[in-house]
Design a protein around this ligand. Structure first.
Ligand SMILES: *Cc1c(COP(=O)(O)O)cnc(C)c1O
Ligand SMILES: [Zn+2]
Length: 416
């Protein structure tokens, strides 16, 4: 909080004072998404490598002074962040790639990277003296909001589209959220939530609207930098829906670079599904974003009309990265690869980032020797049905050990 210099509208460029309470640009309205700007010169003086080395908080709150929060006591919060950054055991060899890492965001308290944003949202709601916080979500924004709100004693109201997977709905119910199911797609759900939030005066956790949430998401980049001893990778791969996650990644790497903690900003690979790729299309054709269908099994990135087009696009452009698309089949193949070769189970939108990397090697966008981090954005247990059709039936019952022996022999052959 101490380091905020001002807010800037991503649409009209207007600068707004640091004590602003509105979530969007007063001139542009809801599409006037704000960016939080920091005084890097001041930040540089206190936020050094030694500052982090002596920081004993093993959660995302170790970065709270670099965010737009007034709160300083996080002792009652869930432990968000500090997720593992694994060096690949097997895929590096299988793919013939350079040093390859997986950032396992599925290890967050509610099982996805969204916890980083929701946790911030909950504290901003408390700062604004709101008792209820609401959002529209395809799943993870909602389940993370419900969990983090429950922990801090807030009510949550969640607007979900018809297609939300069972695992995510179950989480919402377990966390005691008030569920409003909309008979429509994500867009319809979003519009409905906006109306309700306005008329009931709730706190708005919708990621694109709320500029503070990207500030939470950026901590994933800080962690990668710290986990690599400030020698960041050349490429970071992540799947893209609304564009907030990739925007957060860029912001985090930009912050660390701007205060001299790292020497470069990694190139960002934004991965979309072939059946829903508005960012990729706009990037390739150099046009504005055009609404597309939402035709993919990766529900978390099934966003036909992205709500954070400017920040999402700039993250890829300014980092010198690229957008890429992958098929649903490639996503499922990658989910199995990730599980069987690395012991990591990602939901389809999470496995998509690995599918994107494989495709980027194929297209020579990423060269084989590059150091790469792939972000596994959400846990596979959230959407187990997606992978069920891909795997053989469980083995059944055995009276004879011979049958089991034969099965295992066949299964091993099949896999090798
Ligand atoms: C939300 C989400 C994404 C994409 O983030 P956006 O901010 O919508 O671009 C990717 N993977 C998972 C698991 C998510 O929940
Ligand atoms: Zn504006």
């Amino acid at each position: 909080m101490d380091f905020i210099s001002h807010y800037e509208c991503t649409l009209c460029g207007k600068k707004l004072a640091a004590d602003l309470t509105s979530l969007t640009c007063p001139d542009c309205g809801l599409t006037g998404i704000l960016d939080v700007k920091y005084d890097y010169e001041a930040m540089k003086k206190t936020v050094t490598r030694d500052y982090f080395r002596s920081n004993t908080d093993a959660s995302m709150w170790r970065y709270a002074p670099l965010m737009s929060l007034k709160t300083t006591d996080f002792s009652r919060a869930l432990r968000v962040g500090n997720t593992p950054h694994y060096r690949s055991h097997t895929l590096e060899k299988t793919l013939g790639s350079g040093p390859l890492y997986f950032k396992d965001e599925g290890a967050n308290p509610t099982g996805s990277l969204k916890d980083r944003a929701s946790a911030v949202g909950v504290f901003k709601a408390i700062e604004a003296e709101k008792k209820t916080i609401a959002c529209a979500s395809t799943g993870n924004a909602a389940s993370s909001l419900a969990g983090n709100a429950a922990r801090m004693g807030l009510d949550s109201v969640i607007f979900v589209p018809k297609r939300a997977p069972k695992g995510k709905l179950a989480q919402l119910q377990a966390y005691g959220a008030h569920l409003v199911r909309i008979e429509g797609d994500y867009k319809a759900t979003f519009e409905m939530s906006r109306k309700a939030i306005e008329s009931f005066g709730w706190y708005d956790r919708n990621a694109a609207i709320n500029p503070h949430l990207v500030e939470g998401k950026k901590t994933v980049a800080y962690e990668i930098a710290e986990q690599m001893d400030f020698d960041v990778p050349e490429w970071v791969c992540v799947s893209v829906g609304d564009g907030c996650t990739i925007a957060g990644l860029y912001k985090g790497f930009l912050d660390f670079f701007s205060i001299g903690l790292t020497r470069k900003i990694p190139k960002l690979l934004g991965v979309q599904s072939e059946g829903c790729a508005p960012f990729h299309r706009a990037w390739k054709n150099k046009t504005a974003l055009i609404e597309t269908q939402e035709n993919t099994i990766a529900d978390s990135i099934a966003v036909g009309l992205p709500r954070n087009p400017v920040k999402g696009m700039e993250a890829v452009r300014k980092s010198g990265g690229a957008f890429i698309t992958v098929s649903d089949q490639a996503i499922l193949d990658s989910a199995l690869l990730l599980g069987s070769k690395e012991g990591l189970f990602g939901e389809p939108a999470a496995a998509a980032s690995l599918a994107g990397l494989v495709e980027a090697y194929r297209q020579n966008i990423i060269t084989a020797d590059a150091r790469v981090t792939v972000i596994i954005t959400g846990n596979g247990l959230k959407d187990p049905d997606s992978i069920r059709d891909k795997i053989p039936e469980p083995v059944g019952t055995y009276e004879e050990s011979d049958v089991l022996r034969q099965y295992l022999r066949n299964h091993k052959e099949e896999k090798s």
